[in-house]
Design a protein around this ligand. Structure first.
Ligand code: SF4
Ligand code: SF4
Length: 286
C-alpha cells in the first residue's frame, strides 16, 4: 500500500506526520519511507538512520557531432524546453534546461546526436529493523526534481507499507511523487493560507483520481474554515494535532512526535486503519 503525505504549502508538519506514521507501523509491518522532498529532504533529521548506500542520479543530455549535423533544426523544433538551439553553423545545448526526454536524438535525421549522463542528484538509503528510508537529494543549483523523485520511487517494494514524503506545493514534482499512490494524506493548518493551499492540493489529487483525507496540524492557531471546507467537500479530517508547545519543542529538537510523546502512536495507528478502510472502499468501488 502506498500512502503519500503532501501539503499545498511548506512548513505544515508534513514530515512530522510521515515519520510518525512510519514509526507507528514498524512493529507490525515492513515500512519504506520515501523522502521525495528532494530539494530539502529532512525526514532523517527526525529518524536519524545511518545512510549507508548512495548512488548518483543521471539524466541523458544530448551531445551533437557537428561533423554529421546539417543544421536542419529538427532537434530545436522538437525540444519543448528550449534546451537546444541551432544557429547557422552551430548547435548549442543548454544542459540545465534539458529534461532528458530523448526526443532530439530520436528525431535527428543524421544520427548526429548521442546522449551523455548529467548528474542531477543522489539517492541515499538506510534502514533499521522494519524501517527503510530512501531519500533523494537534488544537486545544488539543480531545478530538475522529477528525475530524482522517479529514481527514489524505483525502490518501492509493493508488499511493504510505503509512505511518501511529497515536496510542498502543487507543481510537477508533487504530481511525480503522488502519482501511483493508493491514498494521499493532505497536511494543513487551520489558517487562510492553509485553506488556500489545501484547496489547490485537493484539486491535484482529485485530477489524479487518488482518494484523500486531511490532517490538521496546529489546531487552535486559526479558525474553523478548513474544517468547514473539508465538510463541504466531503473530505474526511482523519487527525487533528493541537498547537502544543511540547509538539513544537520535539520537532525543533529533531525528535519524532511518537518518539517524544508515545501516546500519539495509537492515534497514528487509527489514522492508518482509516486510510486503509477509505482506500479499499474507493478502489473496490471503481
Ligand atoms: S536534428 Fe540533427 S542534423 Fe538537424 S540540426 Fe539537430 S543535430 Fe543537426
Ligand atoms: S533530450 Fe529532450 S529536453 Fe533534452 S534537449 Fe533533447 S529534446 Fe530537449
Amino acid at each position: 500500500m502506498i500512502i503519500s503525505v503532501a501539503s499545498g504549502k511548506g512548513g505544515t508538519g508534513k514530515t512530522l506526520v510521515a515519520t510518525s506514521l512510519a514509526l507507528s507501523l514498524i512493529d507490525n509491518y515492513k515500512v519504506q519511507l520515501l523522502d521525495c522532498d528532494v530539494e530539502e529532504p529532512n525526514a532523517n533529521i527526525l529518524l536519524n538512520l545511518a545512510m549507508n548506500q548512495s548512488q548518483p542520479v543521471y539524466i541523458p543530455v544530448p551531445r551533437v557531432d557537428e561533423t554529421k549535423c546539417t543544421y536542419c533544426r529538427k532537434c530545436a523544433e522538437v525540444c519543448a524546453y528550449n534546451a537546444i538551439a541551432v544557429l547557422k553553423e552551430k548547435v548549442l545545448v543548454f544542459p540545465e534546461l534539458c529534461h532528458g526526454c530523448g526526443a532530439c536524438s530520436y528525431l535527428c535525421p543524421e544520427s548526429a546526436i548521442t546522449e551523455e549522463g548529467r548528474e542531477v542528484g543522489i539517492i541515499e538509503r538506510g534502514n533499521s529493523g522494519n524501517l527503510e528510508l530512501i531519500q533523494g537529494r537534488l544537486a545544488i543549483g539543480e531545478a530538475m526534481a522529477p528525475p530524482v523523485i522517479r529514481e527514489v520511487k524505483k525502490y518501492i517494494t509493493p508488499a511493504n507499507i510505503v509512505i511518501i514524503d511529497v515536496p510542498p506545493g502543487t507543481s510537477c514534482p508533487v504530481v511525480e511523487a503522488v502519482e501511483g499512490s493508493d491514498f494521499c494524506l493532505l497536511v494543513t493548518e487551520p489558517t487562510p493560507f492553509g485553506l488556500n493551499d489545501l484547496s489547490l492540493a485537493v484539486e491535484v489529487v482529485r485530477k489524479l483520481g487518488i482518494p484523500c483525507g486531511v490532517v490538521i496540524n496546529r489546531v487552535g492557531i486559526g479558525d474553523e474554515e478548513v474544517e468547514q471546507y473539508c465538510h463541504q467537500e466531503g473530505i474526511p479530517v482523519l487527525l487533528r494535532i493541537p498547537l502544543d508547545r511540547k509538539v513544537a519543542m520535539l520537532y525543533s529538537k529533531g525528535i519524532p512526535l511518537v518518539g517524544g510523546m508515545p501516546q500519539w502512536r495509537e492515534d497514528f495507528l487509527k489514522l492508518f486503519q482509516d486510510i486503509k478502510s477509505i482506500s479499499v472502499a474507493k478502489w473496490t468501488a471503481k
